[in-house]
Structures are given as C-alpha cells and as structure tokens.
Design a protein around this ligand. Structure first.
Ligand SMILES: [Zn+2]
Length: 231
C-alpha cells in the first residue's frame, strides 16, 4: 500500500481533506433531512387543509348534491364493503334524472306524502316561472343506505364528529323518515329558497343549499336554519 511510505507531512493534508469531506457530508445529510421534514410538513398542512372541505361548498357552479353522489360511490366497488346502495334503498344514481313525479322510483314513492304533495305543487308553480322541473338527487333513503353514507363520510373526514356535520346518522336523518328532499339544480334550489315557504318548504341546514324539508305551514315563515346536520 502506498500509505506505508507516506511522511507525516503528506498524511496531515489527507486528514484535513477527510475532515472537510466529513463536514460536507454532514451538511448534505442535514440539508436532505431538512428537505424531507419540509415536504412532510407541507403535505401534512395541505392534508389538514383539504380534508375538512365539505363535499359541496355551495359554489354557484356546483349543482350536484353530495348525498346522492357520495365520494364512496365509486370507491366502494373495490373497498370490500358488502353494501352498495341500490334504487330500492333509495339510491338515485348519478346521471339519472328523477323528478317529484317519478312514482316508480322508491326514493320518491317512499317520501312522506305531505312533503311530496307540497314539493309537486311547488314544482308546478316553478314551472310557470321558467324552472322546467325539480331534479331530485335524493329523497327517501333506507337506514342501510344512510348508514353507508355516514360511514363513508367518517372515512372521508377521519372522524365521526366531523362526518356528522355533513351526513346525518341513520337515527337522525330526515331522509330516512321520508321528510327531506335534495334538489339537484341551482336554479331550482334558488327558487325553492326564495318561494318554498309558500308551500311550507324550507332549507333547513345553512351548509346544505340543496336540502329541503317541510318546516312550516304553507305561507308561513321558515325557521332559522341550523348550521349543519349536527345541530
Ligand atoms: Zn339532504
């Protein structure tokens, strides 16, 4: 080996290079660690920001209702979950146009008759105002479907507490009792928000522009909206 012949004067600079190399290596390791920590922090920040976003934020461009097209509708196929909502559970599949007149659709047929009658009357009058019909994205749902929606929301939002802000439990959902309807077009939603009280129909949750219930007498005043489904 060549080292055996090296004098002390040639060894010393070699040690110096080794020290510099060690310093540079340590600096590089620190830089990489900092980069990793930064990336993780940014991702965590993004995740914590993105997760609580509601399925539909109420923007004017959004005309679909999250209950009818839950995030799990597509995911559940491969999720291993045994239940998938079917029309007989009250499910209205995305792309299917259903109106309050569709008696052959369980989501409509199993709604409370009084609620349905009020909705049909409103729809008729809205027609004169240029709203062709009320597209219903969800009406009656059975318990299994509602539970599936809720469990899907728990997965999506990470906790039951947050999920309850967007999806009611089967025990609390007015959809399960047939007392609620979700309307899928913005113009129909806005018409109902403005004129629904004539028929006793009111938006009941401030964070669900599409969700209506019979909440006052025809011609009455709608009660103050609840903030969300937890209220
Ligand atoms: Zn609803």
């Amino acid at each position: 080996m060549q080292q055996s012949g090296l004098s002390p004067s040639t060894v010393a600079p070699s040690h110096g290079r080794a020290r510099r190399l060690a310093v540079v290596t340590a600096a590089a390791v620190v830089a990489v660690l900092l980069a990793v920590v930064t990336v993780v922090a940014v991702q965590a920040n993004f995740a914590s920001f993105a997760l609580p976003a509601p399925p539909v934020t109420g923007t004017a461009t959004s005309t679909t209702e999250p209950h009818a097209t839950p995030p799990g509708t597509g995911l559940a196929v491969g999720s291993g979950r045994p239940f998938l909502p079917a029309p007989e559970d009250g499910h209205i599949s995305e792309g299917t146009v259903v109106t309050p007149d569709d008696d052959d659709v369980p989501a409509i047929a199993r709604m409370d008759p009084t609620v349905l009658a009020a909705l049909r009357e409103a729809q008729t009058d809205a027609g004169a105002a240029g709203i062709p019909f009320f597209p219903v994205t969800s009406g009656w749902r059975n318990e299994a479907y509602q539970r599936w929606l809720f469990e899907d929301a728990v997965e999506r939002y990470g906790s039951e507490e947050v999920a309850r802000q967007y999806v009611a439990t089967p025990e609390r959902s007015p959809h399960v009792t047939g007392d609620a309807v979700d309307i899928g077009s913005l113009e129909a939603q806005l018409w109902l928000i403005e004129h629904g009280s004539r028929y006793g129909i009111c938006q009941t949750y401030a964070n669900e522009r599409w969700h209506f219930e019979l909440a006052t007498e025809p011609g009455g005043v709608c009660p103050e909206m609840k903030a969300d489904a937890t209220a």
